[in-house]
Write a protein that binds this ligand. Structure first.
Ligand code: COA
Ligand code: AMP
Length: 635
């Protein structure tokens, strides 16, 4: 067979016969009740997979292996350079710990369908928390530790959890992040009152407990009885993961149980080329989509060993950290974001540190989360000498939309492209009027419905928002929110977002949300925020502030205050460090702020005076401010 034939045959079959294709994959998992329908279109455009079927994700990820020949195989390896700790859990040990934790959670009255928020750093207990919820059919919602109290409060109010599972702190290089005060503050701000908290005390920061509400993890779990897996419908939500929307109200992306497990299982072998028993490493926080699917669920469903790494690519202790982990555990693959490799390249451009490690086991590097820029891909290729696979992902999709399928027949890699659509993805490039564009032309990337299993069936208690945000602009299609191109060979390249989402060091943020914070400063009359290019982080936010008339305080002071406000309200992860005070914001005649033009000017890209501009002088003033602040500006 020629390269790509196997892939093309699988992809074609997945579109022609989705029922046959996905049923065959589903047979490989344990079901307590077989499905009635594979693809259920009875509520289109809300599609469902494996309706009538029942299973449990935790059973499939743990018990199935723990009670079989993989019982004494490592399931999870915890490696934490920030605490100098290493620990391995076999499938049996992990299952027993999770069953016990599930018992403790159930003892707090948590039942199937109840929500549980998990606010924890990269420690094994975070993965246990997710799996214990899955065991009970409770719906977990993990909140990334780099978010501030306000963001946590928004998620508490939207998901209304019966319980929060938290740790006392997270550890950033040189800094302890005290989670407990942030959690206390979030519960205080939230309208929904969280009845119980189970807190894992870390020795680096032992937190004060609130009597009557807070329970000590070790004591509570120690006193609990192990809990069995509760079978749930295939369509039952496994988790809610909040991601940036256009406003301060994040979108609660729901992932179901059956379809999600089936898709992840398929991907481990066919996309990632992994065999059960192999050592797999995803260096992404469990607070992000990639951490859910490929630190926790995917590798465990497949019977592989997953590395959970509490550290950074650089600084813990140096830019050789990733090579150390790969060689120490004989990892066969690593999945991370290009920004991590840019950080390593900056510190060790010639790969001197790489030479002290044996990377013989290492087969493939997978990159996602932002555009894999060709220089980074080429650098990684030169250093590692293995395929560097860029693949395209979203929180909403739960797994890859496009990739290069290492377990089928790997196709040639084109740096800058995320290769070809995954099974079930029928991708098209459309213009603003919904008309198909020619191969090679850039437009909106959309997927013809239905999307494959594993993708989000809806937003948490917001069906209307789901329809409006994703399905209404291009009827019959899912709007990915990304713009890109499909070339003559069918390779897809994702160029940019079409909305106000920006990608800062692989972290997804909304400029609209940052603007809401800027606008709440009492000296600010109007504001805008754009994502500007950054060599290391891909993009970073830049604010523009118009002050209220009569404000006479020094501009530098106001800028410092808004920077602190974004840190306090959204979190350090927003990386909002710069803002410019400008006399006016350039707008169209209909009043729309010309953010795209401002961003081009700041990045030194060519730009044209928009025909619809209301007052060209306003844009000239902004250009002047950008130039004097040291930003490039071409005409
Ligand atoms: N808890 C609390 N704070 C956190 C945090 C967490 N879990 N993660 C990051 N932060 C803080 C950082 O300490 C930093 O704070 P500072 O401004 O006070 O220094 C800020 O948020 C920005 O962090 P980050 O964007 O991670 O920048 P960095 O300079 O610390 O590290 C990289 C840069 C490239 C090493 C890092 O961003 C990285 O590894 N990115 C990979 C992203 C990823 O895995 N994405 C998932 C999709 S695959
Ligand atoms: P998140 O929901 O945080 O996973 O972010 C999803 C967004 O990240 C996508 O909509 C893209 O804009 C971007 N993204 C993810 N992977 C890639 C990739 N391989 N190439 C280009 N952009 C990507």
């Amino acid at each position: 067979m020629a390269t790509g034939d196997k892939y093309r045959a699988e992809h074609a079959r997945s579109l022609k016969d989705p029922d046959g294709f996905w049923a065959e994959q589903a047979e490989k998992l344990d079901w307590s009740k077989r499905w009635d329908k594979v693809l259920d279109a009875s509520r289109a455009p809300f599609y469902a997979w494996f309706t009538g079927g029942e299973m449990n994700a935790c059973h499939n990820a743990l018990d199935r292996h723990a009670d079989g020949p993989r019982g004494s195989q490592a399931a999870l390896v915890y490696d934490s350079p920030v605490t100098n700790t290493k620990k391995t859990f076999t499938y049996r040990e992990l299952r027993d710990a999770v069953a016990q934790l599930a018992g403790a959670i159930a003892a707090q009255g948590v039942k199937k369908g109840d929500r549980v928020i998990v606010y924890m750093p990269m420690i094994p207990e975070a993965a246990m928390a997710m799996l214990a919820c899955a065991r009970l059919g409770a719906i977990h919602s993990v909140v990334f530790g780099g978010f501030a109290a306000n963001e946590l409060a928004t998620r508490i109010d939207d998901s209304r959890p019966k319980l929060v599972l938290a740790a006392s702190c997270g550890l950033e290089p040189g800094r302890i992040v005290h989670y407990k005060p942030l959690l206390d503050q979030a519960i205080e701000i939230a309208q929904h009152k969280v009845p119980k908290v189970i807190l894992f005390q870390r020795p680096q920061a032992v937190a004060t407990m609130k009597p009557g509400r807070d329970l000590d993890w070790v004591e509570t779990v120690g006193a609990a009885e192990p809990h069995a897996c509760v079978p749930v419908e295939a369509t039952h939500p496994l988790y809610i993961l909040y991601t940036s929307g256009t406003t301060g109200q994040p979108k609660g992306v729901v992932h179901d149980t059956g379809g999600y497990c089936v898709a992840l299982y398929w991907s481990m072998k066919n996309l990632y080329g992994i065999e059960p028993g192999e050592m797999w490493w995803t260096a992404s926080d469990v607070g992000w989509a990639v951490g859910h699917s490929y630190t926790v669920y995917g590798p465990l469903l497949y019977g592989a060993t997953s590395i959970l790494y509490e550290g950074k690519p650089v600084g813990t202790p140096d830019a050789g950290a990733f090579w150390r982990v790969i060689s120490e555990y004989k990892a066969v693959a690593l999945f991370t974001a290009p920004t991590a490799f840019r950080a390593i390249k900056k510190e060790d451009p010639d790969g001197k540190l790489l030479r002290s490690y044996d990377l013989a086991s290492f087969r493939t590097l997978f990159l996602a989360g932002e555009r894999g820029d060709p220089p980074t891909i080429q650098w990684a290729q030169t250093m590692l000498g293995v395929p560097i696979v860029d693949h395209w992902w979203q929180t909403e999709t739960g797994w890859s939309i496009c990739g290069n399928f290492q377990g089928l027949d790997p196709m040639p890699i084109k740096p800058g492209s995320c290769s070809v659509p995954a099974p079930g993805w029928d991708l098209h490039v459309l213009d603003d009027n919904g008309k198909p564009m020619k191969r090679g032309e850039v437009g909106a990337l959309v997927a013809r419905l239905p999307m494959p299993p594993g993708t989000f069936p809806t937003l948490w208690q917001a069906e209307q928002r789901f329809k409006e945000a994703y399905l209404s602009e291009f009827p019959g299609h899912y709007k990915t929110g990304d713009a890109g191109v499909i070339d003559a060979d069918g390779y897809v390249s994702v160029m940019t977002r079409v909305d106000d989402v920006i990608n800062v060091a692989g972290h997804r943020l909304s400029t609209g949300q940052i603007e809401e914070v800027l606008a709440s400063h009492d000296a600010v009359a109007e504001c805008a925020c754009v994502g500007i290019a950054d060599e290391m982080k891909g993009q970073v936010p830049l604010g523009f502030l118009v002050l209220k008339s009569g404000v006479s305080r020094p501009e530098g002071e106001i800028v410092r205050e808004v920077v602190q406000m974004v840190r306090d309200k959204i979190g350090p992860v927003a990386f909002f460090k710069q803002a410019l005070v400008v006399p006016r914001l350039p707008k169209t005649r209909s009043g729309k702020i010309l953010r795209g033009t401002m961003q081009k000017i700041a990045d030194g890209q060519p730009w044209k005076m928009p025909a619809t501009i209301d007052d060209p002088a306003a844009l000239e003033e902004v250009t002047g401010s950008l130039k004097s602040a040291g930003f490039a500006a071409k005409g």
